[in-house]
Design a protein around this ligand. Sequence first.
Ligand SMILES: [Zn+2]
Length: 466
Amino acid sequence: MAFDLVITHGTVVTADATFRANVAVNNGKVAAILNPQDAPEAAQYLDAAGCYVLPGAVDAHVHLHMLTAAGIYSADDWRTGTKAAALGGVTSVVDFVQALPGQTSMEALHQRVDDARDAVIDYGFHMTIHPDESPIAGVNQRVSDFRISEIRLAADAGCPTFKMYQAYTGLQIQDADLFRALRAIAEVNGMACVHAENGDVIQVLRDSVDAPADLTNGLLHAQTRPTIQEAEAVTRTLACAELTGARVLIFHISCDLAGNVVAAAKARGLSNVFGETCPQYLVFTDEKLARPDGRLWMCAPPLRPQSDQDALWRKLKTGVLDVVSSDHCPFTRAQKDLGATDFRRVPNGMPGIETRMGVLHEFGVRTGKLSLNDWVRVCSTRPAELHGLQSKGRLAPGYDADIVIFDPAERKELSTSALHSALDYSVCEGMTCTGWTRDVLLRGNMIVRDGQHVGNTGDGRFLKRS
Ligand SMILES: [Zn+2]
């Protein structure tokens, strides 16, 4: 039989193995993994000599065109954000739905799916479970029975993963509601994704800062979010996970203490507990916050000292941490400057949707902290498994032909002009990666060729997950 496409001369890297093979594609799916000497008939061939052939990366934690409480939007929309993702080897993202006041979560989901129509790669959504709007500003209200009842509706609509925040006024969820939600999530066999920080403690610490010199000292951003409060929130969430049996992924673990809580839970045999970290915690330290423009590196949880970074790499290698997501949440220099005289007004978040694969290859694989297979596991295969993207994350017959041709010799500078986010700066300015994405196939169609986007607006599809 003739295939639509055969990728030849490449080195296939999966989560388990690295081997020479030709990859055949038919009707948008991986059709066969062939011996390198087999040269079957095909309508097209793609020569991957000298390159790795990888399953398309899955970034299950991004914030595109996100409205913040301060009334501003994250700087990348669905077109710029997903194009940057594609150029960095990402073929699927999972973003968030957050109902506006007066809106049901399902109405909000339909609006977000419509919002994403320009996406150039595939996309899904986590539903955010948050308190119903409070009549009193600054008071954390309860989550209504109605919102809890929407958990089943969301799961049936292909969104079986649920974001909850233990910090941020307005979003912060009380323990009773975390527990109620986890019980309902367990019933639909979904998964909770939790921003684990102790919002009450953070609020008191931040309110205690008043000296003008402190308000412009970026290090105070980290000091008012100490590691022990993060670890405490993880502990509380995992206790609820154990009691309810709900699957829980702790988002963006930034420090050793918080990672240790996940490690201890796993060591006790809890199979419903998972951990995520992000590239920023693996390559930057809190030294960035001491810079005059340190606000560009402000995210929550904050960047930590070198010892935490070293511990996170070890926890990634040993599987205590399951996945690396970008938590791409870009704000322009002008948006970040809203906090120029008070760090508490800086919108939290950093870019990373385009650089995650390259940065992990450079600082993980090339330094020997991760194997090529670890890299594929944490960026692609495990995220797809955990978040229920059943046709993604593997190079095997029957899976979507989301395929990345990665050239390990390509030199890429991570300067503002070399990246494709709408941002007017790069947090990675001055860094160079050896190894970058050359070509990308989305369901068998070439959307990136020789480092250029050649796909079309709207190529992406909404992914119903299970
Ligand atoms: Zn996030």
